[in-house]
Every structure is written in C-alpha cells, then in structure tokens.
Write a protein that binds this ligand. Structure first.
Ligand code: NAI
Length: 231
C-alpha cells in the first residue's frame, strides 16, 4: 500500500492529481480549504496539524507528499508598504513555508522509520522565467520551492528520500482563467508554441509519474509542462 498526502486537492490541478492517484494499492488523503482534511496555510500551525491528522488517517505511515496548494495573488508596487508586505508574506507562507514545513515533517518521518519516501512539489515556470511585475512574490515563492526540492534531493538521496519539482506553465484552472481574462488571453496564448494552455490532467500525469514511477536517478529533477513556452 502506498500512502499519499496531497495538498490543495479540492480543485484545479490538485483535483486532477487526486483523480490520477486512485486505484489498487494507493491510499490518498487530500487537504483542501473546503474538502478532505481542511487546513488554511495562512495559519503557521496548520501544516503540522495537517501532517498529524493525515498520519492518523493513514495508520501512521505516509510514503508520498505532494505539495500542490498555492495562491497567485496580484501585489503591485503602488500598494502601500504594509499592504505590499502583507501580500508578499501571505504568498510566501502559503506557497513556500507551508510546503517547506511539510517537507521537513516528511523527511523526519522517513528518517525516524528508516523508510524511503518521495516528495513532489508543484512549483511553476515562473520559478525560472519570472512573472509579471505584480507577481515577483509568486515567482520568488516558486523559485524557493525549486531550490528546496533540489536541496532535499541532494541531502537525502542516500537515504532513499527522493524529491521532484514540477513546473507548469498556464494550466486551465480557475487560477489561470482569471489571469488570462484580465491580461488579454490572445497575446499570452501566442507565447505558447503548443498554441494552448495545459490541461490539469497533463500536470497530473507528471505528478503521478514522480510520485510512483520516476526512477531514483531522476531525484532533484525539475520537470516542465508548459507547451515549450520556456522564455
Ligand atoms: P487553484 O486555485 O485551482 O487551486 C489551488 C489549491 O490550493 C486549492 O485546492 C486551494 O484550496 C488550495 N489553497 C489555496 N489557498 C490555500 C490556503 N491558504 N491554505 C491551504 N490551501 C490553499 O489553482 P491551480 O491552478 O490548481 O494551482 C495548483 C498549483 O499549481 C499551485 O501551487 C499553483 O501555483 C501551481 N501552478 C498553477 C498554474 C496554472 O496556470 N494554473 C501554473 C503554474 C503553477
């Protein structure tokens, strides 16, 4: 039995990942703000509470952690200092700090049990190509996820603990629809050689691969799913 904890499972990419991880031998616990085990990562205590509840449901063993929950808020420069800093900190807390805390708990769990484990972090193309001026903080949070993933891979490969990052480009979820509508979808689509945004199921295929099948020598890999829109 492979026990999996997935964050942000209630909709979008997370819901597609959850759908891809059903089947014999798999047991999935999803976290959502509105479904599965509820957790709001604005609360610094939430990741630890979530981890403990997931362990309880999964009989004390988690084999795979998938950090998918995330927010994409606009944080333009003309905001007042306090509002801008609050926006920066909210994005860091939800996208990066909560993921980091769950990674820490997962690594310690596997070390204590002397078992292998896998981490899949859903980052973004923004991690390496940046984002719009109002989304520095989002790009920085996702670059942080990539750096964290590679560090975990380097640090614990010899203990059988593997870590992967997935970097989607635009993917057709509520998050992307809102942005495409506000920023002029046609121009943004023209920058994607494939000519369309990704389907959540395409990202989910990759997440399932990393969670269950990717060969150990791939640990630390950062996998693109963006229709060749690299720059
Ligand atoms: P979405 O907005 O449809 O779903 C986000 C998920 O995160 C939801 O399940 C929500 O409950 C959870 N979440 C949001 N705020 C939370 C909080 N405070 N505490 C706990 N959970 C919270 O977004 P989508 O598109 O499915 O995004 C999933 C991941 O993929 C995110 O990390 C996002 O940054 C990343 N991504 C999405 C892209 C896109 O174009 N849709 C592109 C690149 C990366």
């Amino acid at each position: 039995m492979t026990n999996i904890l997935l964050t942000g499972a209630s909709r979008g990419i997370g819901a597609a990942i959850a759908d891809s991880l059903t089947g014999e031998g798999l047991r999935l616990v999803g976290q959502g703000t509105r479904s599965g085990i509820p957790a709001d990562f604005n609360d610094p205590a939430a990741p630890q509470a979530l981890w403990q509840k997931a362990l309880d449901v999964l009989d004390g063993r988690i084999d795979v952690l998938i950090n998918n929950a995330g927010i994409f808020e606009s944080n333009p420069l003309d905001l007042d200092h306090d509002d801008w800093v609050a926006g920066w900190e909210r994005t860091m807390r939800v996208n990066l700090t909560a993921s980091a805390e769950l990674c820490r708990l997962a690594v310690r769990h596997w070390q204590a049990e002397g078992r292998p484990g896998r981490i899949v972090n859903v980052a973004s193309r923004a991690a390496y190509r940046g984002d719009s001026p109002a989304h520095w903080h989002y790009a920085a949070s996702k670059a942080g996820m990539v750096g964290m993933t590679k560090s975990i891979a380097r640090g614990y490969a010899n203990q059988g603990i593997l870590a992967f990052a997935i970097c989607p480009g635009f993917t057709m979820t509520g998050m992307a629809e809102e942005y495409l509508a506000s920023r002029g979808g046609e121009k943004l689509l023209a920058d994607i050689p494939l000519g369309r945004v990704a389907a959540p199921e395409e990202v989910a295929t990759l997440a399932r691969f990393c969670a269950l099948e990717a060969p150990p020598s791939m640990t630390g890999a950062v996998l693109d799913v963006n229709g060749a829109s690299y720059v």
